[in-house]
Write a protein that binds this ligand. Structure first.
Ligand SMILES: CC(C)(COP(=O)(O)OP(=O)(O)OC[C@H]1O[C@@H](n2cnc3c(N)ncnc32)[C@H](O)[C@@H]1OP(=O)(O)O)[C@@H](O)C(=O)NCCC(=O)NCCS
Length: 149
């Protein structure tokens, strides 16, 4: 039976494997460092889907006091098309709404055009923005290093 629950430390290896299989990892994002950091900030919003044990889905949500954000939505290829992503997003939305979060949004990499239909179907409306960002901690092979003094 498929169940959605909060991430626990024992889920780390399967979750990293899931993200790699789903094509969500990038050389400049250390997934294990991402997990470690998430466990210090609203860890209850880091969700996994499990099917009688094994992890088969994930979503990492956060509320910054203005907007809710979703990251790392993934379903194992073996379990796609069965509503797992829909259930993960619904549970993340429920928890965000419970915190008083008025709007949830997410970023999709430009080459991931195939996934847009999923979000349309879940009631998400695209909006035009120029996204920009600045790295504060560089995740390197020797561990994270801060550019701050
Ligand atoms: C995108 C992804 C998470 C979808 O997972 P999933 O569990 O198969 O999705 P669901 O079964 O919950 O689908 C939910 C709804 O979206 C629809 N949908 C799923 N993928 C879709 C797509 N690529 N285009 C259009 N609709 C899609 C489904 O038909 C379903 O609609 P329905 O309930 O009306 O039938 C999965 O394909 C994946 O892990 N992809 C690789 C990682 C990725 O791209 N993540 C998103 C990063 S922004």
């Amino acid at each position: 039976m498929i169940e959605i629950r909060a991430f626990t430390p024992a889920d780390e290896d399967p979750v990293v494997a899931l993200w790699e299989e789903a094509g969500l990892t990038r050389p400049w994002n250390d997934p294990r460092a991402d997990i470690r950091r998430k466990l210090t900030v609203q860890p209850e919003l880091f969700l996994v889907a499990v099917d009688d044990g094994p992890v088969i889905g994930s979503v990492m949500a956060g509320y910054d006091g203005h907007r809710g954000w979703l990251y790392y939505l993934a379903t194992a290829p073996s379990h796609r098309g069965r509503g797992v992503a829909r259930a993960l997003v619904a549970e993340a939305e429920r928890l965000l709404a419970q915190m008083g979060c008025p709007k949830v949004q997410l970023m999709v990499r430009p080459d991931n055009t195939g996934v847009r239909g999923l979000y349309d179907g879940l009631g998400y409306e695209p909006f035009d923005t120029w996204a920009t960002g600045k790295r504060l901690i560089v995740d390197g092979p020797g561990g994270p290093s801060s550019s701050a003094p």
